[in-house]
Ligand binder design. Structure first.
Ligand code: FAD
Length: 453
């Protein structure tokens, strides 16, 4: 049996970044990734396979960065782990010994077992699997009527992409009054849903699927609770993801109340030399310190860097005490992004906040041909002006502006400090230096705090 210093189970973003970071920081250590499939996918790119990329291969993601650093990758699905003997068992009957073990087994789509007919032929999920998505891609080529169940960002992004084909009829069914309601405030969810409606997508909100009906085993129509029937050649179920922890549970690792592997601030489980990272591991809410349920590639890779640097002893301290969901998307030309609390999460955590908003254009002068409107909304504490959350929407720069605001939240910056925030501007790249959107929103916030006194 060959023994490695580090074995990582899973070659998603978390597994690869952990491996690369370990090899960069500890080049003498042997690192092996065990993976289920030879080829992986850029998970966030999956919706774009169905139109913009128009190919599964164009979204392929591999472990080349790890191989380039001298790491090893073996395609062998792990079936068992003996945490006492420090042995990993592969489906190929191979055994691998380790010093440090990392679970990076990710997440899998939540099965919609609560919908009758969920297991009919031509009912699919958005799985992060090259083989599976290849099959779905080929299947969709000559199918006309596609019903997507679930209007979160994944369902909505897939719907938007498929709707760009003139010969396809796309329906999305969402139980909430708006799509995107988990990621965005009511107002922004509404805007995003309207954007989606302005494509060819038939958006059905406040609607619930009762049953999927098929003849000879293959899907034919979707029945809504109210009795309405929607004809369908393919149904895509996009009702959430859950941590993939079967292997960890089998090995005896404890889970938290969200069903994710319990870890400390450095991704270490309660078993010595065993860690877990990415979607399969627990997240702690940034503001609340409570168990949270954030599954994003950006979060997974941040955790992976923390783990990689500190796997053989804490060397670079982790500088976030909890996970801040930072999220962006683009639907029908509108970029939308959020970080930290919004009205839904604040209500849930009983956090008081005020909101200040400023809109301008993202070029100066605004008469430049590619200028787009840009709105920044800051959610801040009425007690001390600390920024607790933000939303930005409009032109494409919204996606990077939210990252700046994310840093502000993580560093407990207040709206008072934003007044002296030093920025760079350029006519072709940003709004005007006379009215930078973040700073103007902060000025409005300070006005509100002053009038509150
Ligand atoms: C369609 C879609 C769009 C998304 N868009 C975004 C986005 O825009 N921004 C963003 O931040 N996040 C996005 N996400 C979320 C993001 O994809 C996940 O957070 C990310 O994939 C987590 O990475 P991971 O490495 O933890 O897990 P995964 O990507 O799930 O990888 C886990 C890997 O482990 C392997 N594995 C599991 N069990 C075993 C085993 N027993 N043996 C060997 N290998 C095993 C799996 O095959 C898989 O390759 C999106 C997700 C989807 C599905």
């Amino acid at each position: 049996m060959k023994k490695y210093d580090v074995i990582i189970i899973g070659a998603g973003p978390a597994g690869i970044v952990t491996g690369v970071t370990v090899k960069k920081y500890y080049p003498e250590k042997s690192v092996l990734i065990l993976t289920e499939e030879k080829k992986g996918l850029v998970p966030c790119g999956i919706p774009y396979i169905f139109n913009k990329l128009n190919s599964v291969e164009a979204d392929a993601m591999g472990p080349k960065p790890l191989l380039n650093l001298g790491g090893e990758v073996i395609v062998d699905s792990v079936t068992d782990v003996d945490l006492k003997q420090k042995i990993v068992y592969g489906n190929s009957n191979q055994e691998y010994g380790y010093d440090k073990l990392v679970f990076a087994t990710g997440s899998t789509p939540t099965e919609a077992t609560f919908i009758k007919g969920h297991n009919l032929e031509n009912v699919f999920y958005i799985k992060k699997s090259y083989r599976y998505i290849q099959e779905l891609f080929e299947k969709l080529e000559n199918k006309k009527r596609i019903v997507i169940v679930g209007g979160g960002f994944i369902g909505a992004e897939v719907a938007e992409q498929l709707a760009a084909y003139p010969d396809k009829e796309i329906t999305i069914i969402e139980t909430e009054p708006q799509c995107f309601s988990k990621a965005f405030s009511k107002e922004l969810s509404k805007m995003a849903t309207e954007r989606l409606r302005n494509t060819k997508v038939n958006v059905r909100t406040s609607a619930m699927v009762e049953e999927i009906i098929g003849t000879q085993g293959a899907v034919e129509k979707v029945i809504l609770k109210e009795g309405e029937e929607i004809p369908a050649d393919v149904v895509i179920l996009s009702v959430g993801y859950k941590p993939n922890t079967n292997l960890a549970v089998k090995a005896g690792l404890p889970l938290n109340i969200m069903g994710a592997i319990k870890v400390d601030s450095y991704e270490r489980t309660s078993v010595r030399d065993v860690c877990a990272v990415g979607d399969c591991s627990q997240t702690i809410g940034f503001l609340t310190g409570r168990s949270d349920h954030i599954m994003l590639a950006s979060t997974a890779t941040a955790e992976a860097r923390v783990l990689g640097y500190n796997l053989f002893g804490i060397r670079i301290r982790k500088h976030f005490k909890g996970t801040l969901a930072v999220f962006s998307t683009k639907i029908n030309g509108l970029t939308m992004a959020s970080a930290g609390i919004n009205e839904n999460t604040a209500k849930d955590a009983n956090v008081d906040f005020l909101t200040a908003e400023f809109t301008d254009v993202d070029r100066h002068p605004g008469t430049l041909p590619d200028a787009s409107p840009l709105t920044v909304r800051i959610n801040f504490s009425p007690c001390d002006g600390a920024i607790l959350g933000a939303e930005v929407w409009g032109g494409p720069t919204a996606a990077e502006i939210i990252n700046t605001l994310s840093l502000a939240i993580q560093k407990y910056i207040t709206v008072y400090e934003l007044i002296s925030f030093q920025i760079g501007t350029h006519p072709l790249l940003t709004g005007a230096p006379t009215k930078p959107v973040i700073i103007k929103a902060a000025e409005i916030a300070i006005g509100m705090l002053n009038s509150n006194k």
